[in-house]
Every structure is written in structure tokens, then in C-alpha cells.
Design a protein around this ligand. Structure first.
Ligand code: 5GP
Length: 198
């Protein structure tokens, strides 16, 4: 059995990466979403243990101290971290993992796990991004302005990613994301499982 691949997905807020990751998890076998920890309060409809593990600042700092995060970062004023146990468990059982983390987190985790693939999701223009953030109604005007400002910093890192997926239409972006996953699995000869007699 090969070890699980880590598909690390980044992209500005409003790039549609959350929708894309949810859809891809529903349709691709042997692929799990890694639930991060955050100190951000849940949004309407978000569930603890499904979207995030929502924890207090104290709990977060305790986990940092005990080195229980593979990486962590402050994003848009809140803390986010990837629990190391979740990664280890999935990798050793051969399950591929999808991580939705920001560009700082992706940078910090780079080189730590051998089988990692870096994917950047973005709309084709800043205008599309702005419109999506406004339509989402999740955040106030100030928060939207902050996320747009942060998106410029995230875009600066785009060239360090293995794949870039333009997400203007969800179906096309989903097809591309699935294609990346299939291609990376083929690279690791997952297909050999079905080849007999060699
Ligand atoms: P949101 O609050 O909109 O769910 O996420 C804000 C940002 O935090 C997104 O860019 C998302 O990719 C990032 N994020 C979510 N979980 C983690 C994590 O565990 N580590 C890091 N570094 N970023 C994360």
C-alpha cells in the first residue's frame, strides 16, 4: 500500500475553494477532507468537527505548545491550524487528504511531507473575487476590504504551486481538480493495483 497523498489547496477568500473541496470529496473515492482547528467563531450553518474544530484561543495555544499542529497561521485576524495526528493517521492508512490552508500554512508545511501536491484556486480577475465576497453576505464591508487586501498577498505566491485552477465556472474547475487528483495518483502507480500477473 502506498502512503496517502496530501493535496494542499490555497487561494484567496472568495476563490470558491471551499465549495470545490466539498464537491470533490463527494465524488472522488479514498479522499478525505482534513478538518482544521480554528479560533474563528462558526458561521451560520457551519458544524463543529465537520467544517472546522472550533476551539478557544487557550486551547489553540496549548496545542501550539504541545506541537500538535503540522502548521498553523493567523489568517484574517484568527488562528488556524492543521492537527498533525490527522495527517499521520490518513497517510499511514493510504487515504489521500485534502487540506484547505492559506499560503503561509502551505509554505510552512512544504518539505515536511514527501507526497504533497500544491494546488492554487483563483477566479480570473479581482472583480470576480470582489463580487463573490459581496454576494456571499458572510462578512461586513470592512472584513471584505481586508480579505481583498489579503488576496493580493496570496496571489504573490501563486508561482510556487504545482497547479493553478481558474475557478470562474464551478463545473470546469471541478473537472480540472479531479484531473489533477487522478494524474497524481497515476504518477504514484495506484493503477498497478489492478494489474495482475507482472
Ligand atoms: P475561512 O475563515 O474563510 O474559513 O478561512 C480563512 C482562511 O483560512 C482560508 O484561506 C483557509 O484556506 C485558511 N485556513 C483554513 N484552515 C487552515 C489551517 O489549518 N491552516 C492554515 N494555515 N490556514 C487555514
Amino acid at each position: 500500500m502506498r502512503e496517502g497523498i496530501l493535496f494542499i489547496i490555497s487561494g484567496p477568500s472568495g476563490s470558491g475553494k471551499t465549495t470545490l473541496t466539498k464537491r470533490v470529496i463527494e465524488t472522488v473515492d479514498n479522499l478525505k477532507f482534513l478538518v482544521s482547528c480554528t479560533t474563528r467563531p462558526p458561521r451560520l450553518g457551519e458544524l463543529d468537527g465537520v467544517d472546522y474544530r472550533f476551539i478557544s484561543e487557550n486551547e489553540f495555544q496549548e496545542m501550539v505548545k504541545n506541537e500538535r499542529f503540522a502548521e498553523w497561521a493567523q489568517v484574517h485576524g484568527h488562528h488556524y491550524g492543521t492537527p498533525v495526528e490527522e495527517i499521520e493517521r490518513a497517510r499511514s492508512s493510504g487515504v489521500d487528504l485534502l487540506l484547505d490552508i492559506d499560503t503561509q500554512g502551505a509554505r510552512n508545511i512544504r518539505g515536511r511531507y514527501s507526497s504533497s501536491v500544491y494546488i492554487f484556486i483563483t477566479p480570473s480577475s479581482l472583480n470576480v473575487l470582489r463580487e463573490r465576497l459581496i454576494k456571499r453576505h458572510d462578512e461586513g464591508t470592512l472584513e471584505i476590504a481586508r480579505r481583498i487586501e489579503d488576496s493580493r498577498k496570496e496571489m504573490d505566491e501563486i508561482n510556487s504551486y504545482d497547479y493553478i485552477i481558474i475557478n470562474d465556472t464551478i463545473h470546469e474547475a471541478l473537472d480540472r481538480l479531479k484531473a489533477v487528483i487522478v494524474a497524481e495518483r497515476c504518477k504514484r502507480e495506484m493503477v498497478l493495483k489492478s494489474l495482475k500477473g507482472f
